[in-house]
Design a protein around this ligand. Structure first.
Ligand SMILES: Cc1ncc(COP(=O)(O)O)c(C=O)c1O
Length: 414
């Protein structure tokens, strides 16, 4: 019989950090900065470093095995996302991948063409596009409503002209945390022959999406924020990637991923990336009995359970913060997971966010303050970026006991 509730004890058993006496009692709420990794990833990394740490794709044992492990990761991650191996690159970070993308497409643009960026995004999906102003590209800013912190589609429509070529927008902001309606944005964009570049970094730890069905042109997210090693993935539609400029050596001018990814991904990290899909498979087999599903389908089912668990965590924290008169909650006060991710940012009247984060640290609670590289977002909210907001970012391995510990701590200082 299948389980319809996430077995949180089982989940935590997959993460060595929760078994280690040094770290087990630490309540970690800075997951939007980078998540913990399950044992599947660690074991694969360890094994690679011991038995296969040689140049891959040669003709001798360890080199063949190293290449096979790396290819296995590429195949698994492609199956998870329902995409093909020649539709994505794996680079060191989303920031770097967006730089590569903006350089690879810049010959598509003519002087006075327009790119729309938002002021809600992390700088990774803004900065590299803004740099194209040096080439005579007109950069327009889609500003969020300062009252709600939401991006409003009517404002986007007013920015679009015949010269608009790209809209660069986050799926979820790493500060505001509400879910932007990418489907609607893409449909508007495509009706004007505009390409959409989505930043899924703050989204992908919480869901598995079908990029093909979404019909997005480019979509990036960081694998180290989705239970994997410090790598990032950038997807692009094949027909678009085929038109990008080769950024690599002349003799590698034939195909993706080589053309857009000089240097290629870190070998040992790529090899252990399949540990993430192994982890999802482990969760699937523990909770479900149905056989014959592919990785994407299994992942979707696992994340349905995660969705409900995350909603309980958000509800508990938001209901508490809403009662505090001196707290300014950023973004939606809804606790519905259909509207927001389990990241909650706030400021406290007459209290420094840094002091709150430091005091939490002394109580074995990991939260953080600042602008999280979304400094335009903080400015738009009228919040001084240095001290910034206090951010609590949860994922499915957080349990309700940890949230209650956080609430007890916050209660003493609010
Ligand atoms: C929403 C969002 N986009 C982009 C990034 C940048 O990711 P990376 O560190 O992989 O460059 C971050 C990092 O925090 C983020 O939260």
């Amino acid at each position: 019989m299948s389980r319809n509730i996430l077995d949180i004890e089982f989940v935590r058993k997959q993460f060595p950090v929760f078994q280690n006496p040094k770290t087990a009692d630490f309540a970690f709420f800075e997951n939007a900065g980078g998540t913990y990794v399950p044992k599947h990833v660690i074991e694969k990394l360890n094994d690679f470093m011991i038995t296969k740490k040689v140049q891959p794709y040669g003709d001798f044992g360890p080199s063949i095995e190293a290449g096979n492990e790396m290819d296995n990761s590429l195949e698994k991650i492609a199956e998870l996302l329902n995409i093909s191996k020649n539709e994505f690159i794996i680079g060191p970070s989303t920031t770097m991948n967006m730089f590569l993308l903006s350089n690879a497409i810049k010959d598509w643009l003519k002087t006075d063409d327009e790119i729309i960026v938002t002021n809600q995004d992390h700088e990774a999906n803004i900065g590299s596009w803004r740099k194209l102003a040096e080439k005579g590209i007109n950069i327009k800013e889609w500003k969020f409503n300062p009252k709600s912190a939401e991006l409003e589609v009517e404002d986007l429509k007013n920015l679009i002209t015949k010269r608009t070529k790209f809209i660069c927008v986050c799926h979820t902001s790493n500060v505001v945390a509400s879910i932007n309606n990418l489907k609607e944005i893409i449909s508007i964009a495509h009706s004007h022959d505009i390409k959409v570049v989505g930043d899924g970094v703050a989204y992908m730890a919480h869901d598995i999406i079908d990029l093909k069905e979404l019909d997005i042109d480019f979509y990036g997210f960081s694998l180290y924020k989705t239970y994997g090693p410090h790598l990032a993935l950038l997807y692009g539609k094949k027909e678009l990637l085929d038109q990008t400029k080769n950024l690599n050596h002349e003799f590698l001018a034939s195909e993706i991923p080589y053309t857009m990814n000089p240097g290629g991904p870190n070998h040992e990290e790529l090899a252990c990336l399949s540990g993430v899909t192994d982890y999802y498979e482990t969760l699937y087999s523990h909770h479900f009995t149905e056989q014959g599903l592919n990785l994407h389908e299994k992942g979707k089912k696992v994340f349905e359970l995660i969705y409900n668990h995350e909603e309980t965590l958000i509800k508990t924290l938001i209901e508490f913060l809403k009662l505090k008169k001196n707290v300014r909650l950023i973004g939606k006060t809804s606790h519905s997971r259909s509207e927001r991710m389990p990241t909650v940012s706030f400021t406290v009247k007459d209290k420094s966010s840094l002091e709150i984060a430091k005091a939490a640290g002394k109580n074995q609670i990991g939260i953080r303050n600042g602008e999280f590289y979304a400094w335009r977002c903080l400015k738009g909210l009228g919040i001084e970026p240095n001290d910034g907001v206090v951010r609590v970012s949860m994922v499915h391995y957080n349990n309700i006991e940890e949230v209650n510990r956080l609430i007890d701590f916050l209660d003493t200082i609010l």
